[in-house]
Design a protein around this ligand. Structure first.
Ligand SMILES: *[C@@H]1O[C@H](CO)[C@@H](O)[C@H](O)[C@H]1NC(C)=O
Ligand SMILES: *[C@@H]1O[C@H](CO)[C@@H](O)[C@H](O)[C@H]1NC(C)=O
Ligand SMILES: *[C@@H]1O[C@H](CO)[C@@H](O)[C@H](O)[C@H]1NC(C)=O
Ligand SMILES: *[C@@H]1O[C@H](CO)[C@@H](O)[C@H](O)[C@H]1NC(C)=O
Ligand SMILES: *[C@@H]1O[C@H](CO)[C@@H](O)[C@H](O)[C@H]1NC(C)=O
Ligand SMILES: *[C@@H]1O[C@H](CO)[C@@H](O)[C@H](O)[C@H]1NC(C)=O
Ligand SMILES: *[C@@H]1O[C@H](CO)[C@@H](O)[C@H](O)[C@H]1NC(C)=O
Ligand SMILES: *[C@@H]1O[C@H](CO)[C@@H](O)[C@H](O)[C@H]1NC(C)=O
Length: 593
């Protein structure tokens, strides 16, 4: 079982990302998604010119996001999330160019005139899709077995085509499947057994000869349709309805909770008492934005208090920033609970994270303590990547952290990583846009700052990727960012420079933490190191995006099941509306002061 899971994880890795793992200097960039759409348009006949608006002359970042039928991960980034081209009378074979839309999660080409077969290597083409709708076309041939390798699928709709042969039993292994429909085809043979899904007979209706639950038994022993089947189908229908209602309620209550409790204002006196007048004993960590203290309230509740170095914001501006930041919520971010403004003091109050910073866990292990094992380090890498990918790609406007280090990644009671200090860069610098210039020039911690920064003084998402790459290197090598214990005495550079040197001498393997090697995870360690190494290449354009980093790490960790069902980060349709509401709230806070 373990072996099987392992090979599945490796399959994921060696699928879409083999090219990426091959060398430290493979090239990235968002050109790939543009090529994808160019090829898609080129391969389809479009008699009514629905794709006429797809003009590739404009090379502005985000230009393809305005195309008919295209949703991006972020409106200013040419990275395609969904393709929805239903009912456009499009003709042609399945567009193979989709393999270049490497972060695609939804494909809807239903109600067109596509013909030919579904490619047998479909999982190489649409690896991360959660929704796959090719219904009401004229597709022929079989349903490829390889569709079962698209392991994130929630929805498969292939009804009303000319598909023949058997439905691959492997599809039953899809763990996340919620909707499966192949009605109105020419399929025959036994239907798959889905372990987590009850399917109604309607999903299989009008085929040549399908059998097996919920259809009549395959041994064709003239069994009359029993009431059981009808009841079964009715229950399945009910379950699906209930599921829909359930999801709706979850979404609804999430929306509510966003607004029910915004950050509260706290009194300086209480926070001073709780930190014993900001005593040294209470310090959890300090960095370029300020110092973090552990605070204990009179009722015994623990909190963390960040005392900002010095900010140039007025009291009003600070309060309105807090209102906005209080609404930035994600599983992998440290929740902001309150704030305090008094004279020159600017304090942020966070939920307490009992296991401290990743930095301390990695580098300040006491003699008696066991050092962190590999599965834990991998879990932390994946969770942190998810949080950063959310800040970069799903949060609107995107948040560039600018100060990523192992000190800003905190660990909760279950060692789940939680990012702190997001949004602080804005507080330190009054002039700010999402690609802003640093005002005081000195921001990130030593050893984490991307090399291009010295030249450009501009903060970019790729600068964050570099800094995060250094954190990943710390996880897999166990070394500190600025001092490499394992390097030869003559080496005076940073961890990232050391890795670059080893890489160019083909000695990368030597970098891995000795305490992790030889315990059956060597392949994972090396894959992880490669990802880290890709993040710290000097040419920023060649670094992966945070989304890609997250996907790569998640693939490496697939066999451990760290991840839950809502893994793929889906920007909700309401995210824009929420953001506008946040702006309104922030403005009101401002006006009321
Ligand atoms: C396609 O994916 C399979 C695993 O699903 C992998 O073995 C193969 O190398 C991939 N091919 C390409 C061209 O990416
Ligand atoms: C290119 O696209 C951007 C964003 O979609 C738009 O603001 C700009 O006006 C376009 N430029 C041209 C020359 O069409
Ligand atoms: C994917 O894009 C590359 C260039 O980025 C191109 O060479 C290749 O032909 C494309 N693949 C397909 C199937 O369109
Ligand atoms: C698909 O349809 C086109 C006409 O639109 C035809 O030329 C082509 O041969 C068909 N392909 C297949 C595989 O049936
Ligand atoms: C999938 O198979 C087709 C041929 O059927 C090939 O042209 C294409 O390059 C393959 N794509 C991948 C990603 O392996
Ligand atoms: C669908 O394809 C079949 C051949 O596979 C062809 O006879 C039929 O005309 C096609 N239907 C449409 C609506 O194009
Ligand atoms: C997934 O891909 C691997 C490698 O190509 C293959 O061996 C395996 O059979 C595929 N799994 C399914 C369920 O198709
Ligand atoms: C099966 O075919 C009949 C006749 O074409 C149609 O009325 C019915 O809606 C089809 N069933 C499904 C589930 O599509």
């Amino acid at each position: 079982m373990n072996m099987e899971m392992n090979s599945r994880a490796l399959t994921v890795l060696f699928g879409g990302f083999m090219w990426l793992l091959l060398s430290c200097s493979s090239s990235y960039g968002l050109q790939s998604d543009i090529d994808c759409l160019k090829s898609l348009k080129g391969s389809l006949e479009d008699p009514f010119n629905y794709l006429g608006s797809w003009n590739f002359d404009n090379t502005t970042e985000g230009s393809i996001c305005k195309f008919t039928g295209i949703d991006c991960w972020h409106p200013d980034e040419n990275k395609v999330l969904n393709i929805r081209l239903s009912d456009m009378a499009l003709k042609g074979g399945f567009p193979l160019g989709l393999q270049n839309c490497t972060a695609l999660t939804g494909l809807d080409l239903s109600s067109n005139k596509l013909n030919g077969t579904i490619p047998s290597n479909i999982s190489n083409i649409t690896k991360f899709v959660t929704s796959f709708d090719l219904s009401s076309n004229n597709l022929s041939g079989g349903i490829p077995k390889d569709l079962a390798n698209c392991s994130y699928l929630n929805i498969i709709k292939l009804d009303s085509n000319q598909l023949t042969g058997q439905i691959p039993a492997e599809l039953g292994l899809l763990a996340r499947i919620k909707t499966f429909s192949v009605a109105n085809n020419l399929l025959s043979g036994p239907v798959p057994r889905f372990s987590n899904l009850q399917i109604s007979a309607d999903s299989y209706a009008n085929n040549s000869g399908l059998c097996g639950t919920p259809l009549p038994n395959c041994q064709a022993t003239s069994k009359k349709t029993s009431p059981g089947v009808i009841i079964g189908a009715a229950i399945a229908g009910l379950t699906i309805t209930a599921l829909g209602v359930g999801i709706g309620m979850i979404l609804f209550s999430r929306r509510l909770s966003m607004f029910e409790k915004s950050v509260s204002k706290m009194r300086l006196g209480d926070l001073m008492k709780a930190t014993n007048n900001f005593s040294k004993d209470h310090i959890i960590g300090s960095g370029s934005t300020g110092t973090m203290y552990r605070a204990v309230l009179e009722d015994g509740t623990s909190l963390m208090v960040k005392r900002l170095q010095d900010t140039q914001h007025s009291e009003k501006e600070f309060a309105s920033e807090m209102a906005t930041l209080g609404n930035v919520k994600n599983h992998n971010l440290v929740p902001l609970l309150g704030f305090c403004v008094a004279k020159k003091e600017r304090l942020l109050v966070y939920k307490h994270m009992p296991n401290g910073t990743l930095h301390d866990r990695l580098h300040l292990v006491n003699e008696g303590d066991k050092s962190m094992d590999w599965p834990l380090r991998l879990k932390i890498g994946i969770g942190a990547a998810k949080g950063f990918a959310w800040l970069h790609h799903n949060c609107n406007p995107r948040i560039i952290h600018r100060n990523i280090s192992s000190k800003c990644i905190l660990l909760d009671v279950d060692f789940e990583p939680k990012i702190s200090d997001f949004g602080l860069a804005r507080l330190m610098n009054p002039v700010d846009t999402h690609l802003s210039t640093f005002v005081n020039g000195e921001f990130g911690d030593l050893g984490y700052v991307a090399p291009e920064y010295a030249r450009t003084l501009v903060a970019t998402p790729k600068g964050d990727v570099y800094s995060f790459g250094v954190v990943l290197l710390e996880l897999v090598t166990g070394e500190r960012p600025t001092y490499v214990a394992k390097a030869s005495d003559s080496f005076k550079g940073s961890l990232a420079e050391w890795i670059t040197e080893l890489s160019s001498n083909s000695q990368l393997q030597d970098a891995i933490d000795n305490s992790l090697v030889g315990k059956g995870c060597d392949a994972e360690l090396f894959q992880f190191l490669k990802v880290a190494c890709n993040c710290v290449v000097p040419a920023h354009k060649e670094r992966p995006t945070m989304f890609e980093v997250y996907q790569l790490l998640r693939a490496i960790g697939e066999r451990y099941n760290f991840t839950t069902d809502d893994e793929i980060l889906m920007p909700s349709d309401s995210s824009n509306a929420d953001f506008i509401e946040e702006l309104i709230v922030a403005r009101e806070v401002k006006a009321n002061h």
